[in-house]
Write a protein that binds this ligand. Sequence first.
Ligand code: CTP
Length: 404
Amino acid sequence: MGDHPDTDQLRVVVGITGGIAAYKAVGVVRALVLAGHDVHVVATDAALRFIGRPTLEAISRNPVDTDLYEGVAEVRHVAIGQAADLIVIAPATANTIAKLAAGLADDLLGNTVLASRAPLVIAPAMHTEMWQNPATVANIAVLRSRGVTVVGPAVGQLTGTDSGPGRMVEPDEIVSVALAVLRPKDLLGRRIVVTAGGTREALDPVRYIGNRSSGKQGVAIALAAAVRGADVMLIGANLEVAVPTSVRVEHVVSTLELANAVASAAERADVVIMAAAVADYRPESVAESKIKKELHGDRLSLELVRNPDILAGLAETRRAGQVIIGFAAETEPDAAALLEIGRAKIARKGSDYLLVNRVGWHEGFATDGNSVVMLDRHGDIVMEASGSKSSVADKLLDVLARAR
Ligand code: CTP
């Protein structure tokens, strides 16, 4: 096991128990397999009433184990747990949580957990009443005291018409948290502010000028920093992705709102990462009521005024030791020319680092992958990464952890 779970293959046991969220466990298995890990599913009988074994075998690329009395000659009830580097149980029902707290081993999953010294990560999923029941509360406390990592549950719509805490956390977040358990907490105590998304400038009560940034890269950075121990504040501008449960967030709309939020958050931050796509201009005036065609005829001109450059401002006023990081989203197709644009931009902005990435009609924004080059203030390349937005996030944070 090395320092980067994306590149080292782990043997991961995914335990699936009998809740409706079992269908989302497929996403957990798939994300782990795509990250290159060897995934072994141990499903309870109840889980298999919600989701089919063929699906799990196809996605995990391994046989699915359920029965304590199959393969007894291989002593599988202990072998699976002994061989695991990591065990993730998603969803973990109230019943399973109670069994884990008591140390019961009446099925293959219980045996696997008891026979393992690997870290255990559970993603509870149940109705709010069950989650808040004193029995479950006590069981969770017991598990936490033994070092079990509990991801979620999230607050939201549950299976019926009810909503509240109890929803299983989304698969990508479960996987990020689970893999992070094996990493050193190399950003422990670091106060990191991350901006994400794209600002919108109102024209009138119903229209705005905006950009296509989804916020995925910034949210991935915030999550990766949180799981590596940082104290993270996310400032989200019109995010199109869910905010992880482990991250504090403040939502903003316009550039001026973002500027204000960043200014106050930056006061106590060690690092500020400006991943948001910020509008350089805003309409000089915002119409009080909807702009009407009858008043403007065939042409309409908008007068725009410059927004403050938040990144340049942060770089100028930063405290000693504070690290300021920007992004440059450029449409330049030529790699060498792209780098030169990046070098000119970091010189202009004065930040400590700049991550340059190409964007276009089909690249960068709203996609799951990214490809970046990270420059330091001398314009030297300190990191290059290409892959999922969470792997890019981790490579960026590796630079911060090293530079500490
Ligand atoms: N940025 C900012 N405030 C602005 C514009 C951009 O803080 N008013 C930040 C972005 O969050 C990003 C970096 O500056 O981290 C670069 O953004 P980009 O849009 O690529 O650069 P611009 O300053 O707009 O430069 P140009 O007009 O040359 O593209």
